[in-house]
Write a protein that binds this ligand. Structure first.
Ligand SMILES: *Cc1c(COP(=O)(O)O)cnc(C)c1O
Length: 370
């Protein structure tokens, strides 16, 4: 298998399609539609198309460049900008996004003016802060904020949303979700409106979903990680029935030698300003793969083989290969967490390859794809 190019990420579109379908059904049974969040794959068009094929009707990303890319590709889906626009992006947001998420009146006013200029209606979702302390207006400010928004020409209030577990690690419990639902109901009553979208969170809402019989007013959830990596980010566990290995990162051995386990000579800080301590285990089988921190969040990689990552620099990852003899030219596969996936998909140095065979997985004993 050494004839293939490295470093590469192998993207299994069929596994992603499967994960999407299972989650769509699971959420759908409780009256919740899924928006597919593609920022973890840099809005890769093959992945985005796969989500649409699997029945997703709205795709979301935090970067307007990615929204533009999907718009240009003509994907049959609504496009949602997940992050509140910067004032400097307002023109592009109105041009390319169907919906944007917002928390600042000043920016919504600018969207309103721009929408009138472009002769469009721009839809917004107002994000409400429920305790995680990233984006969102405070619940007590919601009525005055919404009153103001409803006055703005060119702006349609498409919904209200909230977000959990992204900054403060706050878990969307049944109680928190009830509070959010109640808040939305009060707003709908006060303004005599029915909001088409009530977006209650992200992949971290999985446990809430499983434990709730009544989703209240929530009718939308934005899913990235659980579709792509098949995991519940709160517990870190694989969701039953989903593939956790739709992505493999594959690098190539460029050096393999028996070397001491402790550096020799007077030591200062390394190229990244770190001081690393070493334990003496005598001679050790060490291999280097030709990829490093410029391309991947190394801490988010787990080797499929029973080898260990000792450390990394910009362009090298150093492995303790223990009992395994790796030769130059051999490939080493890694599982990725969300951070590693994000970095690899953003790196222009990592080749993106695609497969649809669900039988394909790396076997830790034979070292070759099964
Ligand atoms: C990233 C993001 C999501 C998706 O989160 P996952 O944990 O990947 O499901 C949803 N909503 C917002 C606002 C985000 O920024």
């Amino acid at each position: 298998m050494t004839s293939k190019i490295t470093p590469r990420i192998e993207i299994n579109l069929e596994k992603i399609r499967h994960n999407t379908k299972v989650l769509k059904k699971l959420y759908g049974e409780k009256g919740i539609q899924i928006s597919g969040v593609v920022k973890g794959v840099c809005a890769n068009l093959e992945v985005a198309r796969t989500l649409v094929e699997a029945g997703i009707t709205s795709l979301a990303d935090s970067k307007i460049e990615n929204i533009r890319k999907m718009k240009m590709a003509g994907l049959k889906s609504k496009l949602i900008l997940l992050r509140t626009p910067a004032l400097s992006e307002v023109q592009q947001v109105v041009e390319f996004a169907d919906i944007s998420m917002n928390t600042e009146l000043e920016i919504i006013r600018a969207l309103s003016a721009e929408a009138r200029r472009q002769n469009k209606i721009h839809s917004i979702i107002i994000m409400v802060e429920m305790g995680d302390l990233r984006e969102g207006i405070l619940p007590k400010d919601a009525p005055a904020f919404i009153r103001e928004v409803l006055r703005l020409p060119g702006i349609e209030l498409a919904g209200i949303g909230t977000n959990f577990a992204c900054f403060g690690g706050v878990v969307p419990t049944v109680k928190k979700m009830q509070e959010f639902s109640n808040l939305v109901n009060e707003i709908q009553k006060e303004f005599q409106i029915k909001l088409p979208i009530v977006s209650g969170g992200n992949s971290a809402n999985y446990t809430w979903l499983m434990n709730t019989h009544d989703a209240g007013s929530v009718n939308n959830i934005r899913l990235g990680e659980s579709i792509l990596l098949g995991r519940d980010p709160v517990s870190g566990k694989v969701i039953p029935g989903l593939y956790p290995d739709a992505f493999y990162f594959v690098a190539e051995v460029i050096e393999s030698k028996l070397k001491p386990s402790v550096p020799s000579g007077i030591r200062g800080r390394n190229a990244f300003g770190e001081r690393i301590s070493f334990e003496d285990h005598g001679l050790m089988r060490r291999a280097i793969v030709g990829v490093g921190r410029q391309d991947v969040l190394v801490s988010g990689l787990s080797p499929v083989l029973p080898v260990e990552i000792i450390g990394s620099s910009s362009d090298h990852i150093i492995l303790n290969t223990k009992q395994i003899h790796l030769k130059p030219g051999e490939e080493v596969a890694f599982f990725l967490n969300y951070g590693a996936l994000l970095s690899v998909m953003t790196s222009p140095y990592v080749y993106k390859t695609y497969t649809r065979q669900t039988s394909k997985r790396y076997n830790s004993l034979t070292r070759t794809p099964a």
